[in-house]
Design a protein around this ligand. Structure first.
Ligand code: FE2
Length: 479
């Protein structure tokens, strides 16, 4: 084998020789000592550039393979000018990516802490023929992703948010991409999708699980379906559990999991037909069957993580690691007791309409002196909406009045005007439809004004209050 004139050698060539005729090679690792200690090719020795000439002079018939970062190559080439018994190993990080054997004490730690988050992310930027961008919307802590085929520039956006559509369109234009799809991982409850807006602006196709039965969507996705981006494929994996409409998108060694699998956690399972049992099966039987090095890009993160891998989550996910059984997971999920997302009443109807904000009001109040009002008759004909929780009734009187002579309307919650009501309203959902009730309509009018000052859009005063309700002989409750 004549190796003497080679000045560059690929990672694959090194591996083949290292495996079959290791005596032909002398591997010199010129990276920093700490990088060498963390992980290196078995048999390689760590040396500094200054001692390189000395080493090359005493090599006999061996070929010196020099392992270094691309950025340090120039110095090394200068140092070895007079020698022809060395070859630079191109793109040495590929040794890791190809899963070849490694030595080094810190290798486990390095893999877990940095490789997942940095080197493999870099792989996509440096080596492969895709374009990848991770974007963040801070109000709902949502990650939006742009993925593209570098050759054809065909691109998809995953989980766009309506508030950040202009930012995303600008980036797509700057990158010269041709957006083909806007893909939602599920019907979101915490933000309105930007998919419909992107379709309006760029004429793209929107897609979400067929389970969601969204009539305005272009593609209703099925499990296993494939979408093309140039000569590459986005594969759809149904991962129900957080909601019944959740899908994961797999593309070039990465998966976009929405809220099915988060970094060290998972989405809640207590609304939108969620099921902890289904989520457990989706993650363990589908996602955890993917190779350990598969990169996970979640729909949200609240702690500053950006990505993980299947191998890492199998070990460290606080709810879904391999150590946790289905009954344990179900218990964890049933004990979460989370408040509803702030935008749920606005976001879910809008997302079922491709991101078009919906006026979900059930009542059509008259505006009297700037305050929306309904009559007792209006409320009486909507008591079914109270029962179905589309409409909330808040009685703002004192407790002794609530259960006193006039009684209260069935389903009305007692929250007395003053600090109690203020603190309730400050924490509440601004898009919830609420009717305030009091004795004659005065205090409930004040409550309506207060709520509107706090940004509530659909709060209403019931004119005439419980006096009028009783005059109209409507049923009352006393506890
Ligand atoms: Fe979600």
């Amino acid at each position: 084998m004549s190796l003497k004139k080679v000045s560059r050698i690929s990672c694959e060539q090194v591996y083949n020789i290292w495996k079959t005729e290791p005596e032909l090679l002398q591997l010199f690792d010129l990276r920093s000592k700490s990088e060498f200690d963390s992980g290196h090719i078995p048999g390689a020795s760590h040396i500094e550039v200054q001692s390189l000439r000395d080493q090359l002079m005493h090599l006999d018939q061996k070929l010196a393979v020099l392992i270094t970062h691309d950025s340090a190559e120039e110095d090394i080439i200068k140092t070895c000018e007079k020698f022809n018994n060395y070859a630079l190993m191109s793109h040495c990080h590929r040794w890791l990516e190809l899963d070849h054997p490694l030595s080094g004490d810190g290798i486990k730690r390095t893999f877990e802490r940095f490789d997942d988050l940095f080197k493999k992310g870099e792989k996509h930027k440096m080596n492969s023929d895709i374009i990848f961008h991770q974007l963040f919307e801070s109000e709902s802590s949502t990650y939006t992703y742009i993925i593209a085929d570098k050759k054809t520039k065909e691109a998809a956006i995953i989980d766009p948010v309506i508030e950040t559509v202009d930012r995303d369109v600008k980036l797509i234009e700057e990158l010269g991409l041709k957006l083909i799809y806007a893909l939602d991982t599920h019907i979101h409850a915490d933000h309105i999708t930007g998919a419909g807006e992107l379709r309006k602006k760029l004429g793209i196709k929107t897609a979400v699980s067929a389970e969601a039965e969204v009539p305005c969507v272009d593609i209703g996705l099925e499990d296993g379906q494939e979408l093309l981006l140039g000569d590459k494929t986005i594969k759809v994996i149904a991962t129900p559990g957080h909601t019944n409409t959740c899908v994961t998108y797999a593309f070039e060694g990465m998966i976009f999991t929405g809220d099915a699998l988060l970094i060290r956690g998972c989405g809640r399972t207590d609304f939108q037909q969620g099921s902890s049992e289904k989520l457990y099966h989706s993650v363990h039987e589908k996602l955890f069957k993917l190779p350990d090095e598969t990169l996970i890009y979640p729909g949200h993160d609240y702690r500053g993580h950006t990505s993980s891998t299947i191998g890492t989550e199998k070990k460290f996910n606080a709810r879904l690691s391999e150590k946790i059984s289905l009954p344990e997971f179900k218990k964890i999920m049933s004990e979460l007791k989370l408040a509803n997302p702030k935008k749920i009443h606005e976001a879910v109807p809008a997302n079922l309409a491709c991101g078009k904000p919906q006026d979900a009001r059930t009542l059509r109040p008259q505006v009297v002196d700037g305050t929306p009002e309904i009559t007792v008759e209006d409320l009486f004909s909507h008591m079914n909406d109270v029962k179905n929780k589309k409409l909330k009734l808040i009685d703002v009187r004192r407790p002794e009045e609530y259960n006193g002579e006039l009684g209260h309307v069935d389903g009305a919650e007692l929250i007395t005007l003053g600090p109690d009501l203020t603190s309730y309203l400050e924490k509440g959902d601004r898009s919830e439809e609420i009717v305030f009730i009091c004795r004659s309509g005065g205090r409930s009018g004040t409550a309506t004004v207060e709520s509107q000052n706090l940004g509530y859009k659909f709060t209403i005063n019931m004119a005439g209050g419980m006096i009028r309700w009783n005059e109209k002989k409507q049923p009352v409750v006393r506890n």
